[in-house]
Write a protein that binds this ligand. Structure first.
Ligand code: HEC
Length: 110
């Protein structure tokens, strides 16, 4: 039997931002999202061509969005975008948004 204290400790650890997991979500973005949103989230590929996904790196747009709406869009899909609820838990979708997508928007771009 796992003690209550151990369970709480496990819970605390599972909520810590582990670098390995962040790296995995980064890889997930590059593998599953970059095909439409670009490696930098701009919606453009290496040659500047539009890929079809919206520009997620537009800070002014991003700042106006409800986090829960974006998480729902990632999980359920929106418009031409497929949903990812079979690949991501709600917590992972939220972390993808907060830890991977948001930093793309705050990075200074030319
Ligand atoms: C097949 C292309 C495609 C893929 C793959 C894709 N997207 Fe999208 N995404 C889109 C398009 C197109 C939109 C604009 C949808 C609309 O508003 O009609 C969009 C919109 C979004 C939005 C904004 C939703 C909103 O409420 O306006 C977010 C956030 C997003 N995508 C995140 C992701 C993430 C994270 C992944 C990878 C897990 C991903 N997308 C994969 C095409 C794609």
């Amino acid at each position: 039997m796992i003690s209550r204290a151990a369970a709480l400790l496990l819970l605390a650890f599972s909520r810590m931002p582990l670098t390995a997991e962040v790296r995995d979500l980064k890889a997930f973005f590059q593998e599953r999202c970059a095909v439409c949103h670009g490696p930098d989230g701009s919606g453009r590929g290496a040659n500047g061509a539009r890929l079809g996904g919206r520009n997620l790196a537009e800070a002014r747009w991003l700042a106006k969005q409800e986090e829960s709406e974006l998480v729902a869009a990632i999980l359920k899909g929106r418009g031409a975008m497929p949903g990812f609820r079979r690949q991501l838990s709600e917590a992972e979708a939220r972390r993808l948004l907060v830890e991977i997508i948001r930093p793309l928007a705050t990075r200074k771009r030319s």
